[in-house]
Structures are given as structure tokens and as C-alpha cells.
Design a protein around this ligand. Structure first.
Ligand SMILES: NC(=O)c1ccc[n+]([C@@H]2O[C@H](COP(=O)([O-])OP(=O)(O)OC[C@H]3O[C@@H](n4cnc5c(N)ncnc54)[C@H](OP(=O)(O)O)[C@@H]3O)[C@@H](O)[C@H]2O)c1
Length: 512
């Protein structure tokens, strides 16, 4: 981490670069986590001076833990190291001249480089090829190295993924390629390995004998405003489920890796994905948000959003039941739900344990519906990261009234002085360190596409209309029917629980 370094963001005028990448680079820089000799380069087609580029970046730089004076001094230092150059993504002439300019900034000798492809996915291939043809992206991982970070989506299906993969394989080696899924950089997701393999109590329970089902849920209050062009081509299954949720699923379901080296972890993850049969259309519910009749302020439905083609059948919501055919998980449904325009923004994993086989406490006397309560391990990825275990406990007082309560570890309460880093900060530092554990290997993506490609093709071939659901409300009711087929008692529970929690906090009450 001491060798000179250049970090190049291709597509530097874009949303991701502005909102996420440069703020994350600044946070790492301000904390002294990058080499002293580091510079940050923006490349894109828009004509901008360095000054104009820096002005754009300055708006989004913030440092939570530094005192204001130090923060603005660091921001000034950071911006002085930011440079911008206009570049057409498919132009070998532009990359050749950018290369000469860059070596000049690097003091006349090429240094280690990270190249971050933050351009729309259909530009990935041509950009990578133009960079490779001009020596901007040399093949090989010897010093000074060049590492290529590629953003999702990695194709639209197995065939387009294979094509992208061939292009990337032509231009750089697998060891140079960092396929990013920022969910893997999130604190609680990283904690999954620790939770599972550093605590003896969970291992015996982490299997089909004890787990009734696993629910991995992602929801967002926003619609697609501003990104409709991209979203309509991909839809929620490709945008969220095939990548973020499948990555979380593989960490939840994997066997213990042989050691903590990145290849061992990725071997364990890919084995989960390769043991999953393709998703059956009968196990899928798709929805699309419509104008909400009840929202205080009228909110447009998906089809009314600017940039969405008339009559689009792109799903903004999906619920899928998947299976992992390993001895540990055979028969356990994994319910994955993902939706935009819902009531809450939340990402959570719940392991729902089986009921007590022969309840001792009787319904009525105990106050619980079946004489036994719900045991759940809840792993909240965002917001307000937490781990909690839902257990049954006697309510204090006279008599034998039972109730569900939670043993709670809320990271922000437990560690008030520790700043939880943004996922992009963690992952960018890993690229610089050369640690690929939290990046997706090619075969993981291929296996994840094999699970979803057939159903995506059927959805499109049969032009299946998504079920409508009101913007700002709950998931489509069809979710309950799908869940009921697998005896999943209440698939909307995550929404209801979190709403209850939100109300308690608003009223000033603590959580149980
Ligand atoms: N935004 C996010 O939160 C987010 C999250 C996860 C993944 N990603 C992925 O990250 C990548 C970048 O996302 P983004 O939201 O930053 O994209 P973006 O803002 O739409 O595009 C990035 C830059 O690419 C150039 N560009 C836009 N349309 C183009 C076109 N038709 N042809 C050639 N260049 C074009 C533009 O720069 P110039 O016109 O100046 O060249 C733009 O500033 C995408 O692959 C996206 O899927 C984004």
C-alpha cells in the first residue's frame, strides 16, 4: 500500500462516480488508507476542465469523523490530485493520448493502476478492447500492475454474460479482473462468515433439520426515476436478484471454506450456486408498481415514469422460491423478494427456524398462537445494521404469559464511536490490496445466470404481465399465495415487523 498509485474512473461524469466512487475514494484518502503518492483520474466524453470536474466532485465529499477544518483541508488536498480528460470510450486514439498524458502525471514512469469501468454496460466491451489495444490496460499482474474493476450488470442472461466474459478474458487475466457487487462490501454481509464460522452455537442449527425457510428481502421506497432507460432493459430480477441477493444467498448457504483465501471462499460460494436448479416459473411472482391511490402526494406508476416504453412489462418487483440441493439444505425453501416503490427501504436475511415439535405451553394460557413462538435469526444489512435472534420469553409479571422478543445487536448502538464504512470504501481498498475475496469470480456469475436465464426467457417469450401493486404500499398479494405453497406463514412479516419497529422508535419507545 505504499507504492505510487493511480485510480482511473472511466465514466467519471456519471451517477455512480459522483455519488459513490469519488466520495469513497475521498474517505479512504482522508483516513490515510491510500499510498501517499496517489492521484485520481476521471475519463468521460463530456468536455470538462480540471477545475469544473473538481467543482462537481466537491459537492459530494464529506468526512463524518473529521473535524470541519481538517475535513476541508483534506478535501482541498484530494481535489488537487483529481484530474480529468475527455475520452471517447471506443477510441484507440483517445486512449493512446490519455496514456501519454497519464504517464506524465505519474512522473514519467508508469505506476500501479486501478481502472474502474463506471460506464453503461453496453459500453463495457468496446471500452475494454480500446484500452487493451493501446496498452492502457496491459495484460498481466506483474508490477506495476493494472487492475480492472467491472460493475454490474454482467450481461442480461447466460449468453450475453458469456460474450462479455470472452471480451474481458481477451483483454485481461482473471487475476486482474475485479467484478464488483457492492453488497459484498457491506459490513453485515462481511460479518456473515464470522457469525457462521466463529460461533459454535450456530453450526448445528444451520441446516434443514432446524431451518424451516430462509427469506432474503430487498426493498426500496424509490421508483426508477432518472434511471428508467437502464432499468427497463434489465428489470428487478437482473438488477437485484441475480446478483446482490444470490451473492448473499451463497454466503448464507455455503459450506465452511477450507481457509480464508479468496479462492477457497469463492469455491464454497460457487458450489452453492451450482447446486441450485433453475428457477421454475411456478415459483416466481412478478409485479410492477402503479400509481398509488392512497399516497398523500400522487406518485407516478412505473408506466408513467419518463423513459419507460408504453406497455412495458418489465417487473419492478419479484418474489422467487429457490432450492439448494445440498445435504445441508435439501427441501428448505429460499424465498427471495426484491421490489422498488415499496413501503420501506430495507435489506434483510431471516433464517426462520422450525416450530417446537411438542409445545409444552398451551395456546390461550401462554398467549402464543400455537403454544410456541417464532425463532428467527435476523441479519439486517441496511439500514441500521443489526443481528438479532427472536426468541420466546415469559412476559414479566404474574401468570405465564409468553411473548416473542429479540436479543439484539445493533451495530451503531454497540459501537457508537466506530464509523461504518461505505461498501465502496471497503471494496476499493481491497482492489488496491489485491484481495479478491469479496469480488465475484466468473464461474459464480455463470452459475447464477443458469438459475435465472430459463425463467427470464419464458417471462419474455410469454410476455407475462406483472401483477400491479400500489406505489408506496406492500408487495403484490400473489406473494402470499407463493409463500403459502411452501408453508411460509407470513412473507410480508419483514415489512410489518419493521413498520412496527419504526412506529416504536417514533413514539420514543425502545425496541423489545
Ligand atoms: N448509479 C448507481 O448507483 C449504480 C449502482 C450499481 C451499479 N451501477 C453500474 O455502474 C455503471 C455506471 O452507472 P451510472 O449510473 O454512473 O451510469 P450513467 O450515469 O448512466 O453513465 C455513466 C457515464 O457514462 C456515459 N454515458 C452515458 N450514456 C452513454 C451512452 N449511451 N454511450 C456512451 N456513454 C454513455 C456518460 O458520460 P459521458 O457522456 O460524459 O461520456 C455518463 O456520465 C453502470 O454499469 C451501472 O449499471 C450503477
Amino acid at each position: 500500500m505504499t507504492s505510487p498509485l493511480t485510480i482511473i474512473v472511466v465514466g467519471a461524469t456519471g451517477d455512480l462516480a459522483r455519488r459513490k466512487l469519488f466520495p469513497a475514494l475521498f474517505a479512504c484518502f482522508a483516513r490515510g488508507q491510500l499510498p501517499p503518492d496517489v492521484r485520481f483520474i476521471g475519463l468521460a466524453r463530456t468536455a470538462l476542465t480540471d477545475a469544473a470536474f473538481r467543482e462537481r466532485l466537491a459537492e459530494n465529499l464529506k468526512c463524518d469523523e473529521l473535524e470541519a477544518g481538517v475535513c476541508s483541508m483534506k478535501a482541498g488536498e484530494f481535489l488537487q490530485r483529481c484530474h480529468y480528460r475527455r475520452c471517447e470510450y471506443d477510441s484507440t486514439a483517445d486512449f493512446t493520448s490519455a496514456e501519454g498524458w497519464l504517464v506524465g502525471l505519474e512522473g514519467g514512469k508508469r505506476v500501479n493502476r486501478v481502472v474502474y469501468l463506471a460506464v453503461p454496460p453496453f459500453v463495457f466491451g468496446q471500452t475494454a478492447r480500446a484500452m487493451a489495444q493501446t496498452g492502457f490496460l496491459p495484460r498481466g499482474d506483474q508490477e506495476p500492475w493494472t487492475r480492472l474493476v467491472v460493475e454490474k450488470p454482467f450481461g442480461r442472461d447466460r449468453a450475453s454474460y458469456d460474450e462479455l466474459q470472452r471480451t474481458l478474458a481477451d483483454v485481461c487475466r482473471e487475476e486482474q479482473t475485479f467484478r464488483i457487487d457492492h453488497y459484498l462490501g457491506k459490513e453485515v454481509v462481511q460479518n456473515l462468515l464470522v457469525l457462521r464460522f466463529a460461533n459454535a452455537i450456530f453450526e448445528p442449527l444451520w441446516c434443514r433439520e432446524h431451518v424451516h425457510h430462509v427469506h432474503i428481502a430487498w426493498s426500496e421506497t424509490q421508483g426508477v426515476a432518472g434511471r428508467a432507460g437502464y432499468f427497463d432493459r434489465y428489470g428487478i430480477i437482473r438488477d437485484v436478484m441475480q446478483n446482490h441477493l444470490m451473492q448473499i444467498l451463497s454466503l448464507v448457504a455455503m459450506e465452511r471454506p477450507a481457509h480464508l483465501e479468496s479462492e477457497a471462499i469463492r469455491d464454497a460460494k460457487v458450489s452453492v450456486l451450482q447446486n441450485m436448479p433453475p428457477l421454475d416459473l411456478a415459483n416466481l411472482v412478478v409485479g410492477q408498481y402503479v400509481r398509488s391511490a392512497t399516497a398523500e402526494k400522487a406518485v407516478a406508476g412505473y408506466l408513467e415514469e419518463e423513459g419507460v416504453p408504453a406497455g412495458s412489462i418489465t417487473p419492478t418487483y419479484a418474489a422467487a422460491v429457490l432450492h439448494v440441493n445440498t445435504p445441508r439444505w435439501k427441501g428448505v425453501p429460499f424465498l427471495l423478494t426484491a421490489g422498488k416503490g415499496l413501503r420501506r427501504s430495507i435489506t434483510e436475511v431471516r433464517l426462520h427456524f422450525r416450530e417446537v415439535a411438542a409445545p409444552l405451553f398451551q395456546e390461550g394460557i401462554a398467549g402464543l398462537p400455537h403454544g410456541s413462538g417464532v425463532n428467527e435469526l435476523i441479519i439486517r444489512v441496511q439500514p441500521d445494521e443489526k443481528l438479532s435472534l427472536r426468541i420466546v420469553s415469559k412476559k414479566p409479571g404474574v401468570g405465564m404469559q409468553l411473548g416473542n422478543t429479540e436479543l439484539d445487536l445493533r451495530f451503531r448502538e454497540k459501537y457508537p464511536d466506530v464509523r461504518i464504512a461505505d461498501a465502496y470504501e471497503n471494496l476499493l481498498l481491497d482492489v488496491v490490496r489485491g484481495d479478491r475475496s469479496l469480488f465475484i469470480r466468473g464461474d459464480e456469475l455463470a452459475a447464477a445466470w443458469d438459475v435465472f436465464t430459463p425463467v427470464l426467457q419464458r417471462l419474455e417469450a410469454q410476455a407475462i404481465r406483472p401483477a400491479p401493486y400500489a406505489f408506496g404500499g406492500s408487495a403484490p398479494v400473489a406473494l402470499d399465495a407463493l409463500a403459502a405453497r411452501y408453508y411460509i406463514p407470513d412473507a410480508q412479516v419483514i415489512d410489518q415487523d419493521n413498520l412496527r419497529e419504526q412506529k416504536q422508535q417514533t413514539l420514543g419507545g425502545g425496541h423489545v
